[in-house]
Design a protein around this ligand. Structure first.
Ligand SMILES: C[S@@+](CC[C@H](N)C(=O)[O-])C[C@H]1O[C@@H](n2cnc3c(N)ncnc32)[C@H](O)[C@@H]1O
Length: 345
């Protein structure tokens, strides 16, 4: 059971949930600020920063984890950073889009469940995790497999959500976001709904399933060479899926984008552990694979964590204080409304 797809529920999602709506980095101002937080230069995207760090090396063959519609490997290829790539994903409709867009480019695609499958082909000198690892349930198993797969002088480059598990933000972060949102003009405010665990599980059970483990587990098997925080504790919450802000006048947008991103930078400075998006460059630590007793302990830990979650309706941790208070308040509010409606239909 454990070696198979013990957590099959993570594959029950509609790939239409991806590539929808407006994200904070769809604003040029935010994208440039994210570049600056990685490379120090708003005009230098992570790919160019990566190229500079690896001394202009062109990678022979890249493995692209959970590649979705394939735009990341097409971009890497077009920039001359890689000579060929293999993309893996579970969602057939996205793989079809990736294959169609690839045409004759040296890109190949395989459908598989990253949690359990062996990676296809061999001779990789680069693995790319772009918004992928936060969807991995068996994070220890997969990262260990990557450290085994990659030769010592190869690289693992990551650009991912590493914030709270299933977006269950801390009360401190959530209250700071509420306060900043309240400063915006009413017609630009975000509709602040604390992410509801059961709804998240229904729409995409793999979403941020172990985002909180991405960095600590990576450190078990990889040497970290470069690690940058892109933040997002406030900016992501206020700007993602906020149509009101998106539709506001450009001059209002420009003013409030600066206010929000300055506050985001200030929050990140005061709470460095709050970064929700990180860029990390790493190389495999082959010696970590020799510590047999430690590896067995990590496997047991992972299997018991997943077994406990299966017994607990797919839930891993106790609800955050804010979620308990907020959803109690909401359900009390709707039962009062129902009672009032019964009295005054
Ligand atoms: C946020 S999207 C990112 C896609 C792509 N990396 C990008 O940046 O556009 C997450 C991807 O993970 C894939 N995925 C989720 N669970 C998976 C699994 N168990 N095995 C393979 N792919 C999975 C989804 O189909 C989706 O394409």
């Amino acid at each position: 059971m454990e070696g198979q797809n013990a957590n099959a529920h993570v594959l029950e999602y509609d790939p239409g949930v991806y590539y929808q709506g407006r994200y904070w980095n769809d604003y040029d101002y935010v994208a440039r600020e994210m570049n600056r937080r990685i490379s120090g230069d708003p005009d230098m995207p992570w790919t160019e920063h990566f190229r500079r760090t690896v001394g202009g090396r062109v990678f022979r063959k890249a493995l692209i984890l959970n590649c979705g519609n394939g735009w990341v490997e097409r971009d890497l290829l077009q920039r001359g950073l890689i000579a060929e790539a293999v993309g893996v994903d579970y969602a057939e409709p996205l793989l079809q889009q990736a294959r169609a867009a690839a045409g004759d480019l040296p890109l190949r695609y395989y459908r598989l469940d990253t949690n359990t499958a062996a990676f296809p082909e061999s001779d990789y000198d680069l693995v790319v995790n772009f918004a992928a690892a936060h969807h991995i349930t068996y994070i220890d198993r997969v990262f260990r497999k990557l450290a085994e797969l990659l030769p010592e002088d190869s690289y693992f480059v990551n650009y991912d959500y590493v914030g709270p598990h299933r977006n269950q933000y801390s009360t401190k972060q959530w209250l700071a976001a509420l306060a900043l949102n309240a400063r915006l003009p009413a017609h630009m405010r975000q509709v602040m709904r604390y992410p509801h665990l059961l709804t998240m599980k229904l729409t995409d059970p793999s979403e941020a399933v172990h985002s909180e483990l991405v960095i600590p587990v990576m450190k078990r098997y990889f040497h970290i060479l470069d690690h940058k925080h892109m933040g997002g504790a406030l900016g992501y919450l206020l700007l993602t899926h906020n149509d009101q802000f998106w539709n506001a006048k450009p001059e209002e947008q420009a003013h409030w984008l600066k206010v929000i991103m300055d506050a985001d930078a200030d929050y990140l400075r005061r709470h460095p552990g709050s970064s929700m998006f990180d860029y990390i460059l790493a190389q495999p630590d082959k010696r970590s694979l020799e510590r047999t007793a430690q590896l067995e302990a990590w496997t047991r830990e992972e299997e018991s964590r997943e077994a406990a979650a299966r017994r607990n309706n797919g839930l891993y941790y106790r609800q955050t204080l804010y979620a308990v208070v907020f959803y109690r308040f909401m359900s009390a509010g709707s039962s009062i409304k129902r009672r009032l409606l019964r009295r005054n239909p």
